[in-house]
Design a protein around this ligand. Structure first.
Ligand code: SAJ
Length: 426
């Protein structure tokens, strides 16, 4: 194969399909037999616009095939998860398992690219690991036929826009050697229409972590403003809108917390590696992590006068217009409300989600329902700004209590905590 992509998830599968669509012969590798089977039928096991059409095209053309075992390839792209553990330490077990499987397939001359976001120094560790498994190979420039080429090229695509951004975005490519970086650049030129910036591996690793830590910090600042605006009785959305008219200010939006596998995870790589120099990053992370509990508190306070209120939660995914509920602040809010209001019915609505995530399905006072069933609840909480929810405001019962954590619905008279807690009429 020209390229083997290891990890057929949200990043690996689109990457593999895009290389195959651009004329490469591509192998996809995943430990899950069910994922491999689905992919070989041309089916995408998650929701991502436009991926299905590209995948079924390359599978039926025969330029892409998935395996559970490691094939031989000229280039290996590693796109496995690099999550954090409960105590916020990086878990590189998927990476080491991929590396263990790649090592015996190498013959010398291969390019190995780490795409997974990783703490600084990981690409070097990966290279050293491969050489420890295969002492007949070498990393150093000028080692001849036995040389293997290690590079880091962090993915930067936004879920929901992956098939566009994988081609259009600029890429950063960092090599353990110049030769490795140049080879990686050449490979990405096959799919990438953006600029490809060449650097060393550590800089590339830090670039990705800096981008996501910056976004987390900016969202934390917005959330901090929401808490302060609540104390002042002013509208945080209006406040941010006005501040953003300044030519050099661009504050992001407050919300019920930061979810997903990137922004809520990657800053911990910095904190873990450099605890003495990352107090700002840590504070931002902790503030964002505290938001779901604050939303739960707001909901509980708002319905305090109602016995066994019915609660409608709009949105379960971690952000708008996607189906991904992993690390979703909405799921945390639902769990918190279910615990705090144990005698109540909690009705979750999400047009993109077909079944309750496991941790919610285990509870007996939570249901996933159609919006028409939930709309008459005592309190309606907007957690995700899915397009489908934009106009629901006008259909709500006039006595419904509303908590809008995303600032989507018409501005309330008083902004409270995160967004508006507004009594339409009482
Ligand atoms: N969020 C807010 N307020 C905002 C923006 C986002 O509360 O103003 C929340 C979202 O609701 C969500 C979370 O933050 O819960 C993260 O969403 P996101 O859209 O900011 O980012 P992701 O996780 O979907 O994708 C990010 C992107 N990184 C940056 O924009 C710097 C993407 O380009 C990366 O490729 C991706 O992380 C990744 O894989 O690292």
């Amino acid at each position: 194969f020209d390229v083997a992509v290891i990890g057929l998830g949200y990043i690996g599968l689109p990457t593999a399909a895009t290389f195959a669509a651009r004329g490469c012969t591509v192998a996809g590798v995943d430990l899950q037999q069910s994922t491999v089977d689905a992919v070989n039928r041309g089916e995408v096991p998650f929701v991502e616009p436009d991926l299905g059409a590209v995948l079924s095209g390359v599978v039926s053309k025969g330029s892409f095939k998935a395996f559970t075992t490691m094939p031989k390839a000229q280039a290996y792209i590693i796109a496995v998860p690099t999550p954090v553990t409960a105590d916020k330490n990086v878990d590189l077990s998927y990476l080491w398992s991929a590396a263990k499987n790649i090592a015996p397939a190498l013959t010398g001359g291969e390019l190995i690219i780490l795409e997974s976001t990783s703490p600084p120094g990981t690409t070097k560790k990966l290279g050293d690991y491969l050489i420890s498994e295969r002492p007949d190979l070498a990393l150093e420039q000028g080692s001849g036929e036995n040389q293997i080429f290690l590079a880091h090229s962090p993915e930067r695509v936004l879920p929901g826009r992956i098939m566009i951004e994988i081609v259009a975005n600029d890429r950063v490519v960092g090599g353990l050697t110049n030769e490795a970086a140049e080879k990686a650049k050449k490979l990405y030129e096959v799919i990438c229409q953006g600029q490809i910036h060449v650097t060393d591996a550590s800089t590339a690793e830090m670039t990705k972590i800096a981008e996501n830590s910056f976004r987390d910090l900016n969202i934390a600042f917005a959330n901090q403003l929401a808490l302060i605006a609540n104390e002042l009785g002013i509208d945080v959305w209006r406040l941010i809108e006005l501040a953003n008219h300044h030519p050099r200010v661009n504050i992001l939006q407050p919300g019920p917390g930061v979810g997903g596998h990137c922004i809520a995870v990657d800053p911990w790589f910095l904190v873990g590696a450099f605890p003495d120099f990352s107090s700002v990053t840590r504070a931002a992370r902790e503030l964002n992590d505290s938001m779901p509990a604050r939303v739960v508190e707001r909901i509980v306070e708002t319905v305090a006068h109602i016995e066994k209120p019915t609660v409608c939660l709009l949105g379960l995914s971690f952000k708008a217009n996607i189906d991904d509920t992993r690390e979703s602040p909405s799921v945390e809010v639902a769990l918190g409300v279910a615990e705090a209001l144990s005698g109540s019915r909690i009705l979750c609505v999400d047009p993109h989600v077909v079944e309750l995530p496991q941790e919610l399905a285990a509870l007996d006072n939570i249901e996933l329902v159609d919006v028409d069933v939930a709309i008459d609840a005592n309190i309606v909480v907007l957690l995700v700004n899915h397009d489908e929810f934009t106009d629901i405001h006008s259909r709500l019962n006039s006595s419904a209590l509303i908590v809008d954590t995303r600032g989507v619905w018409p501005s309330a008279e008083h902004a409270e905590l995160v967004g508006h807690a507004e009594v339409l009429s009482s």
